[in-house]
Design a protein around this ligand. Sequence first.
Ligand code: ADP
Length: 265
Amino acid sequence: GNRGPEKEIPFAKPGSLTRVFAVASGKGGVGKSSVTVNLAAAMASSGLKVGVVDADIYGHSVPRMLGVSERPTKVEDMIMPPVAHDIKVISVGMFKPPGNDPVVWRGPMLDRALHQFLADVYWGDLDVLLMDLPPGTGDIAISVAQRMPGAEILVVTTPQQAAAEVAERAGSIATQTHQQIAGVIENMAWLPCPHCDERIAVFGEGGGQAVADGLTRVLGTRVPLLGQVPIDLRLREGGDEGKPLVLTDPDSPAAAELRRIADGL
Ligand code: ADP
């Protein structure tokens, strides 16, 4: 049917003051969503106006990690996003038609959902919009690039070489889409030994730097390694309880590193 002209995406307008970050990873389980919500919480707690779009069709774990159980409400033709820890949150999981899992959504449907998240949601004036992308180099990354060419990519990887290779591939689509890569974040970088000062390299070493170097080569501009976030049991617990670690235990090494990364963006 005829849907009429598409609504404009406020963040894609020339002169938009909102910085948009698309958080990407090569594979699932590397902590992309955990990093996204903690960066968002760190930014919001320092006074920035922050929104998060959870576009990870496989995980859509952002609402749980931020303690959001409400659904968006509709006011006239706008969708009002739930707010938690001063962050406006919209998730692909909130729009799941009954019996229809977004995992099976195809490119055009994902693209339409993405447009809706960006254009039909009342975001207000945001300083920062963080988008949690599905892992890999899928349709949604292309949609984000087309709809918001100004979005900067943040690549999350673990130190593992195999993870680093797929993360580099996910980041390198930026060469085709001419997007900026803000940098690489190595998560689960090490486990602090509970009995001594040593760092246990549970997932190996060097993956974050390898991705940053690889992307620097491919893109021809320097892509920095922004930080290395250690493994911290409380980070996982905070995610399960809807309370980001940067807020509950800001002095822990993982939280301090996430806040340092957020401040530097
Ligand atoms: P992704 O979004 O990449 O699939 P998640 O953010 O869902 O990954 O993280 C996967 C699991 O690992 C979650 O249970 C999360 O709490 C946990 N996790 C992520 N980063 C860390 C960390 N630095 N220390 C401890 N647990 C972590």
